[in-house]
Design a protein around this ligand. Structure first.
Ligand SMILES: C[S@@+](CC[C@H](N)C(=O)[O-])C[C@H]1O[C@@H](n2cnc3c(N)ncnc32)[C@H](O)[C@@H]1O
Length: 213
């Protein structure tokens, strides 16, 4: 799951995320996101694009399942750390890492799976446009998986201007044509976790999976 942090610095998104990873403020959990695992486990491996891959937990898990993965992030420091973890996991031959600010550039090609897990930012971010670009990169017969917070953990101030739609709102906003896409999963998942200091925090995630016809 993504961590949460206030946007206190007057920096660009790229510089802000670069600093998060370079300083060690955001670290590799070593795990894939459980909701991605749940959605992808039944799919036949092919070519996958992981957007906002951070330090690579999901991309490395996908590679270990037999996917050929392109991991994309705005922060080179994250990608450098991800590459080290991929080598440690013995899957570096199955993953390539590309730095993109997806508001400005996007990986070339079509993919059997495009995933965007917690592709969210405290900096201004045209997230809906990024998700629509993600849909555009799905090959016929391929899947699009989107997982993100629709409600922040209790005690966390929402990021001003952050696009955090409910599942129904995101379905409507994406407006993927019914004759081109099947909705396989459209769910809001209530979640909770206990922080290191013992505080219980509750939040909710939207989970969407589509198949392109
Ligand atoms: C909340 S973190 C989630 C990381 C990881 N997917 C996870 O689930 O733990 C958001 C990620 O998106 C990346 N990101 C933010 N804005 C981006 C942009 N415009 N283009 C590409 N990546 C971006 C950040 O660097 C960060 O790694």
């Amino acid at each position: 799951m993504a961590d949460h942090h206030a946007d206190t610095a007057d920096t660009t998104a790229a510089a802000w995320w670069e600093d998060r990873y370079a300083s060690g403020a955001t670290r590799w959990s070593g795990n894939a996101n459980d909701l991605l695992v749940r959605e992808v486990e039944g799919l036949a491996p092919g070519r996958a694009l992981e957007l906002g891959c951070g330090t690579g937990g999901d991309a490395i898990w996908l590679a270990a399942q037999g996917w050929q993965v392109v991991g994309v992030d705005i922060a080179q420091a994250a990608l450098d750390q991800a590459a080290v973890h991929a080598a440690e996991a013995g899957v570096d031959g199955a993953v390539t890492w590309e730095r993109h600010d997806v508001e400005e550039s996007f990986p070339a090609g079509e993919f059997d799976l495009v995933s965007a897990c917690y592709l969210q930012s405290p900096k201004p971010f045209a997230r809906l446009a990024a998700l629509q670009a993600a849909a555009g990169a799905v090959a016929p017969g391929g899947s699009l998986v989107i997982v993100a917070h629709e409600r922040f953990p209790s005690g966390n101030a929402p990021h001003p201007g952050n696009y955090m739609p409910s599942t129904a709102e995101l379905l409507a906003d994406l407006a993927l044509p019914e004759d081109g896409w099947s909705v396989e999963t459209a769910e809001s998942v209530e979640r909770s976790r206990t922080k290191d200091d013992g505080e219980l925090v509750e939040y909710a995630d939207h989970v969407l999976r589509f198949t392109r016809r």
